[in-house]
Write a protein that binds this ligand. Structure first.
Ligand code: FES
Ligand code: FES
Length: 171
């Protein structure tokens, strides 16, 4: 009896459905972060700890922030993924992070290694709650680490992004 062909894995990545052959393109143990970053070249994803502790690999799946190093690529089958490459150049969160440099808070961006993870976490937060308090911002960002210690400025950037999102009608 001929072997039944396995349906390909389909993942919508930054607005485009892509198909992956289960034997040729994916291994059962391949993480989603590896597929996105190493196979597809979406290098905005940073993989620092590779064990769910730093938030650098955060992406958005079906509207929720998830750690892509803690998921298998196969688990994304049928789901919709957004990485920082999928954001518009004038995305309000990206703009707020780039602009953040205030006396008393400093810059939200030093080396920038943590930034994509923070931006994606903030995107998911603001999609759910476009008017967060500072406490809610801190809570939402609590799984993301910044080795440069830009936490105060990052929180301010998210509050500024929230203002932009509300002014732009929720974008
Ligand atoms: S690389 Fe995924 S949480 Fe650190
Ligand atoms: S800006 Fe360097 S790790 Fe956050």
């Amino acid at each position: 009896m001929p072997k039944k062909a396995c349906a390909p894995v389909r993942i919508k990545i930054n607005g485009r459905w892509q198909e992956f052959d289960r034997e040729r393109d994916l291994t059962p143990a391949m993480t989603l972060s590896y597929l996105l970053k190493e196979v597809l070249g979406l290098t905005g994803i940073k993989v620092s700890c590779d064990e769910g502790a730093c938030g650098a690999c955060t992406i958005i799946m079906d509207g929720k922030a998830v750690l892509s190093c803690m998921m298998l690529a196969l688990q994304a089958n049928g789901h919709e993924i957004l990485t920082i490459e999928g954001l518009a150049k004038d995305d309000p969160v990206v703009e707020a992070f780039a602009a953040q440099s205030e006396p008393g808070y400093g810059t939200a961006l030093q080396c920038g290694y943590c930034t994509p993870g923070f931006v994606m976490t903030a995107k998911a937060l603001l999609a759910d709650n476009p008017a967060p308090t500072l406490g809610e911002v801190k809570e939402a960002l609590s799984g993301n680490l910044c080795r440069c210690g830009c936490y105060a400025a990052i929180a301010q950037a998210v509050l500024h992004a929230a203002e932009k999102v509300r002014a732009g009608g929720g974008r």
